[in-house]
Design a protein around this ligand. Structure first.
Ligand code: HSE
Length: 339
């Protein structure tokens, strides 16, 4: 049976969950795609592991110092890189060098962190095209919520008129707590931090940047646009007052932080901000850490998807959905690529 070697760069909660889920699905990959999928390398910022025969789950807890970096991954002979490092859209983050190196060398890449895709998306798409590598990004585009796949598969052929998304779980949780339980922004935030899902520095979420990053990735990778962060108008939820919440409630409206794209007058407008929805709208019922997307097309009308996955498993599963797309595509190609 043909072997497919995988490397994971970025070995925090999501990277580890992806490794374990991948190893638990090896029999599935054998059965469905006739591939012996081996996790040959993992690495964090300072350490890693390598075994050409494949790492097993019981070996993933203790990493060896020095086994890290794009050159380390390149030397492992992996055909697919899964990048799960910390996200930084202002610099591209540590993932950028790994993804560049993988795509330049013809490796397929599954990207989970958003930073590199926002910072250098056009370059990475070019690199992939040039080397005939696949670049898959479900994990970065709202993960378990189907976004790119809706555009690439379910709505294929229809023309997109607009996209609206509740793309950030933390802000949706905070707004929901403020609206349905009447607690203030600071109190809701402390609750989310105590529960372990809001970051210690939560501004990336609360000021709308995480939503903006996902919207931009969706626009550029899913809709062929070429937006930069500066093209988006971004407003967060940090300044919402109790008075505003009460006013929405009195009008029978539910506020949500939404990223939206609207095609109009030959152009596209992209923004992130609060929109208040009447109860008849499905978005009014997207509660807690649930995410949702509504895509409006000319021929298929409105399509709405919602997703409430438990993290980090849900993001790991989104990345491995991408792996199955790669397995399918590479199986359909017939003869193996040269290693
Ligand atoms: N902090 C993000 C959220 C998860 O709350 O949705 C990473 O994108």
């Amino acid at each position: 049976m043909r072997v497919m070697k995988i490397a994971i760069a970025g070995f925090g909660g999501v990277g580890r969950a992806t490794a374990r889920l991948l190893l638990s699905r090896r029999e599935r990959y054998r059965r469905l795609y006739r591939r012996d999928v081996r996790l040959v390398a993992v690495c964090g910022s300072r350490s890693g592991l390598f075994d050409a025969n494949g790492l097993e789950a019981d070996r993933l807890d203790v990493l060896e110092a020095g086994l890290t970096g794009p050159d380390f991954v390149a030397a492992t002979g992996a055909e697919v890189l899964i990048e799960a490092g910390p996200s930084d859209f202002r610099t591209g983050g540590p993932g950028l060098a790994y993804i560049r190196s993988a795509l330049s060398g013809g490796q397929d890449a599954i990207v989970i962190s958003k930073g590199a895709l926002v910072h250098s998306g056009a370059e990475l798409r070019q690199l992939a095209k040039r080397s005939n590598a696949l670049l898959k990004i479900s994990g970065a585009a709202a993960a378990a919520l189907p976004t790119i796949d809706l555009l690439d598969h379910s709505l294929l052929g229809s023309t997109v008129i607009g996209v609206e998304g509740i793309l950030n779980a933390t802000t949706n949780y905070l707004l929901d707590a403020m609206t349905s339980r009447g607690i203030g922004f600071e109190g809701a935030l402390r609750e989310a931090q105590a529960a372990g899902f809001a970051e210690a520095d939560p501004r990336n979420d609360t000021e709308g940047w995480d939503t903006a990053a996902k919207l931009l990735i969706l626009a550029n990778f899913g809709l062929g646009l070429e937006l930069a962060m500066e093209d988006l108008t971004v407003t967060g939820i940090q300044s919402v007052t109790h008075r505003e919440i009460e006013a929405w409630r009195a009008d029978g409206l539910v506020p949500k932080l939404v990223g939206s794209l609207l095609y109009a007058n030959g152009g596209v407008r992209a923004d992130v901000g609060i929109r208040a929805y009447p109860l008849a709208d499905p978005f009014a019922h997207v509660s807690g850490k649930t995410k949702a997307i509504r895509i409006t097309t000319d021929a298929m009308g409105e399509t709405v998807a919602m997703s409430h996955g438990t993290e980090p498993l849900a993001t790991a599963a989104a990345a491995l959905k991408d792996l199955e797309h790669i397995l399918k595509a590479r199986s359909a190609e017939g003869p193996p690529r040269e290693a």
